[in-house]
Design a protein around this ligand. Sequence first.
Ligand code: ADP
Length: 394
Amino acid sequence: MSDGIIVINAGSSSIKFSLYLKNGHKDPDLVCKGLMEGIGVAPEFSAKAPDGTPLANERWGAEATHETLFGHLMDWIKGQLGGARLLGAGHRVVHGGQTYRVPTVVDAHVLADLEKLTPLAPLHAPHNISPMKTLARLYPGLKQVACFDTAFHTTNDPISCLYAIPRWLLDEGVRRYGFHGLSYEYISRRLKEIDPALAKGKVVVCHLGSGASMCAIDNGRSVTTTLGFSTLEGLPMGTRTGILDSGIILYLLQEKKMSAKEIETLLFKQSGLLGLSGLSNDMRVLMGSDDPHAKEAVDFFIYRICRELGSLSAALGGIDGVVFTAGIGERSQAVRARVLERSSWLGFAVDPAANTALEGRISPPGAKAAYVIPTDEELMIAIHTLHTLEPVPA
Ligand code: ADP
């Protein structure tokens, strides 16, 4: 009987979970995926098999606490395991600061450390930490592993991590970190299987989801990325600004008399595709709309991706290929085609027939390599959790 690994990806409004079973030397097998949402309001618990067959769909009263829901989740998971042992739980953690450079077993000391890092990611970190604390309280014997979205970027050249600010601010950790690292790590790993020669070269990966960033990767190592200190820099996202002149923050403070909280809401929740279009943060809605602001939001998104592609190519000292991933990158043929056509000066082109693929090369022979590869951050966490708890002998 094989061992199970539960993966927890906790956000502000929902907690995603997945159960995997160890599969010898191969990647763990997905058993089911699920979601707990509406916590504190109208909690719902749902789960599906890998083929989409519903396995659970339950509603709870608003009084159901985090602990009640996690207790229920773990009982349900035990049922799914059918007698197999639960090896441990792997968590997605948005920020590991400068300390946490590899997946790490969670103990009281690590939890206290991660709490200290919350000012670096105040909107995300508390949601990541809370399930670890709940599980530690409910199941003190359960091994937990924290997997960091920043870790993949710890190979970045120190120069690329700087902001030109006074040293004392840099010294207390105000610098570029980068995020979406678990996704980039998964894509690098998958690219090695799909196109081993390209995986050894200079590649830009475009992670275009409701959060969006791009990463310059050289021979599998992150060189730099468009997200920096917080999850705001770089590309415009569903509701986040992307790059912004910091003078705008001063304008909002001094002229508009906005509070820090109001500015935070504006930057994280009211901007990006939603702010520009005034319509939606969903690319599908914007693509289907004839509203001129919706068109402008999409045009700006494409324009910024292409600018960053040039900038990241400069950081790499050349470019051999590009990979599209995450919601928009995996599903929008139009976004991929427009980015590749506009980047013809770098040697890119699109093959319209190949561009319908769910995974594979989408550029014609003779052009630089462009791929679509679905990401799988949860599988990456399961692999890290397994390797951290059961290291493969050297
Ligand atoms: P998250 O960052 O929440 O994990 P995803 O990677 O799931 O985000 O991406 C979600 C986004 O993908 C949605 O906001 C939507 O704009 C976009 N998306 C999903 N399907 C399509 C599609 N067929 N065409 C264009 N965009 C899509």
